[in-house]
Every structure is written in structure tokens, then in C-alpha cells.
Write a protein that binds this ligand. Sequence first.
Ligand SMILES: CC(C)(COP(=O)(O)OP(=O)(O)OC[C@H]1O[C@@H](n2cnc3c(N)ncnc32)[C@H](O)[C@@H]1OP(=O)(O)O)[C@@H](O)C(=O)NCCC(=O)NCCS
Length: 377
Amino acid sequence: MTTETKPSYSPGLAGVIAGETQICWVDPNAGLMYRGYDIHEMAEKASFEEVAYLLLHGELPSFEQLGKFTREIASARSVPKQVLDALRLMPKSTHPMDMLRTGVSMLGAFDPELNDHSHDANIRKSIRLIAKVPTLITDGYRIAHGEDPLPQKEDLTLAGNLFYKLTGEVPQDWQIRMMDTILILYADHEFNASTFAARVTASTLADIYAAVTSACATLKGPLHGGANEESMRMLGEIKTPDRAEKWLKERLAKKAKIMGFGHRVYKKGDSRVPIMRELGRELGQRVGKGQWIPICEKLEETMEREKQLCANVDLYAAPVFSMFGFDPALNTPIFAASRISGWCAHVVEQHDHNRLIRPRSAYTGPNLRPYPATPVR
Ligand SMILES: CC(C)(COP(=O)(O)OP(=O)(O)OC[C@H]1O[C@@H](n2cnc3c(N)ncnc32)[C@H](O)[C@@H]1OP(=O)(O)O)[C@@H](O)C(=O)NCCC(=O)NCCS
């Protein structure tokens, strides 16, 4: 057996630079920028469409470009009837993330440009995906609950339609603004697990739908996007702020992982938390559900003292979604309705400058040994 020098190894690829990107930078010291723009101001002022355009094209849109992009998304929202019929065939108990993954995979078969990986075709397909992923989520959810999907409202933006098609209520301006902020905060996060999965898939020159299917599958896990659903489960269990400290200490004593805490890159705080926390406070006052944010704050305070671990955005996203009236099972799909913009931008970038992503593993199995003279039959 030939030997080779062992390449350096970092468990979980922690700290490893696995590629270059011009799309997003996560600053370990609690910062985040998309294409050079700090997210904080955009989260407050921009529309999700504007940020999606920035991620895809690299520059902010002009007024005309934004109008055209918004119209293109609006006109691409519907999904083929066959896809909705397929979602109807899934068991009613199917998790919305599994419905979404299945729906995205099937959508690929209906895209006439599926196998064209040129930059322009990938951008066109990205627009279709950004438009259709929210529809798969809203329509899939209604179908699973025995209801007919609602038709989209032409005059509402992506954020507005997402809210409307889930709740059946036309959102007020402040609700649309909040929804835009949430979607902007979740839009991209450089080489997070689902984006990396998308890039690995795209690097084989598989199509963008294949890459996004991988991403959806990866986002579902509770150590990644699934954490915002699990966080809500945790808050529901704690119930009131005065129970938070005791609850947390008991879990930590049992070495349990606490959802909504910790991060691979941020060690001094998640850049998105202050905005999501503030949004949660405002929403709590508006809808009269004051208990959730104080529970989160008590958990933060205790976690800092006990483990020096910071909250991540999913801790506060959970009560925000709950106060909007969304079923916790929709928390991760709503994350996906935003992150689809980042996934697509990364697939476009990967295909534009492709090199197969294929790392090595450190072999820890048995040394070379003889195969038995008498094989087992
Ligand atoms: C996000 C996450 C997967 C990062 O994992 P990671 O980079 O491998 O974690 P670290 O190496 O920084 O962990 C350092 C220590 O903190 C602990 N830790 C990290 N996150 C923790 C959490 N949420 N609850 C309890 N302990 C945690 C680890 O167990 C480890 O302890 P040890 O040294 O005694 O083994 C992890 O923090 C986690 O599981 N968080 C909960 C899920 C979540 O909220 N995910 C959404 C992320 S945006």
C-alpha cells in the first residue's frame, strides 16, 4: 500500500477556507455584509427583492431594474399543476421542509433551461426559484391541511404574498416591513451548511434545482435551519421567564444542546440577533404576547454566565414567527423562502468559476490485511 503525507485535518471543517466568494462575508466579531453592504441598514430599509437582486447581480438595482425584477418574480410565482398534485399525494403528516424539498426537485423537470448552466440561464432560473419556493411552501402547507391554495395577490411583494398566502389575511404595511426585515436577515450567510451543500452539488455541474434540493435537505437539520423550529418547542416548554434559568441549568447539567445558541463562526454574538430581538419586542407589544422575548433574554443571560455561549438568530426568529401566527413547522421553510436567494447566488457563482469540490478524508480504518483464503459464501 502506498503512503502519502497526511493533509491537515479540521473536524467539521472548522476554520477551513473551502472556496472564494464575492457574495457575503460573516465577520466573527458580529458583523455581516452582502456584496460589501452592511446588512443592518438594508434590514431596516430595503425590500427583500432589492437584496435578492444584489445577491444575484452583485450591485444594487436602479429604480427601473428593481421594478423589472419585482415584476419578473411576481409573474413566475405559480407552480405547475402536476407539482401541486404530487404534493397532494404526500401523507398529510409530511413535514413542510420535506414537501419543499420534493417540490423543488420536481420543479426542475418543468424548467426548459434545466441543463443550461450559462450565467444568464442560471439567473433566469434563480428568479423562477426565488418566486416559486414561497409558493411551494404556502400551497404545500394549505394542501397538507386540507385547504385549497390561495391565489397570489398581484399588488403584494414577495414578503406580503408569503404572509397573505399562509394566513389568509392581507398584511398591513408594518407586517410587510417586518417580513422584509426577517427575509433580509436570513438571505445569505456565506458557506453555511446548506449553501455549501448546494455548491458541492453544483460543482459536479449538476443543475441549480439539484443544488437547491441538496440545500433544502441540509437546511432541515436542527443544528442548522431546523433550530428555529426547535427553539419554539423549547420556549413553549419553558412557558414563563421565571422558569427559564432553572430549565436551562437542568439541561446544561445533562449536557444537552440548547437550540438557538452557539455558532460555528460568531463567537462574540450573532450580527442578526439585535435586529431580530428588537423586532420581537415590537411585535410582542403589538400583538400582546409579552412573554417570549423576556424568556429568550433570561436564557441569553444565563447561557452567557454558565457557558459563555451567544444566542443565534434562530432563538429570536422562533417567537417572532409564532407572534405572526405561523405554525412552528413553518419556521424553517420561511427561512428557506429567504435563503433561496443566497443559494441561487452561490450556485451561479460556483458554475461561473467552477472547480469540482472534492476534499480528502483521513482514513482511520484497519491496515491492509489479507482477504481470507476461503471466502465466506
Ligand atoms: C451551531 C453549532 C452546531 C455549532 O457547533 P460547533 O461549532 O461545533 O460548536 P463549538 O465547537 O463552538 O462548541 C464549543 C462547545 O460549546 C458547546 N456548545 C455549542 N453550542 C451549544 C449549545 N447550543 N448548547 C450547549 N452547548 C453548546 C459544545 O458542546 C462544545 O462544548 P465542549 O467543548 O464541552 O464539547 C452548535 O452551537 C449547536 O449545536 N447549536 C444549537 C443548534 C443551533 O442553534 N443551530 C443554529 C445555528 S445558526
